[in-house]
Write a protein that binds this ligand. Sequence first.
Ligand code: ZN
Length: 164
Amino acid sequence: MKSRFTGFEPVRRDRLVQETRHDAYKAKHKLPEPTVCPQCGAVFHAGRWQWLARPTQAHEEMCPACHRMHDQYPAGFVTVGGAYFKDHREELLHLMRNEEARAKAEHPLKRIMAIADEADGVLVTTTDIHLARGIGEALHHAHQGELEYHYNEQENLLRVVWQR
Ligand SMILES: [Zn+2]
């Protein structure tokens, strides 16, 4: 099976590593603790970004998700399309937004960047590869369809394709 995305290899859904590796996007050094993101207010504490009350004294630095949004450089790409999608567009968009809200409530770095119209459906971009996978799984769980993953290991980017 050859990938249709340059630089990406198809991966079986059960093979994609449930990795805990931190998003090192734009991280030039180890962050002091606590660090606050001036953009979204997330706090880097105990080795990860969390939603916490802003500490009185804190280093300030943009979190990887805000950096990616600023640079318009997504980590995850979810292509959603097909006749069924066209007929259930609002419902499926709502499902994807819900999946983001659920993930983001717990993990500040999991966000949808944009939902762009494409010829056959939409392209949803995310700040995190696990959210891209979560959206694909949520669609597949609720509406079946065809789900594929394509992974770029070098850049740690994930493309998810859901079609029905
Ligand atoms: Zn931020």
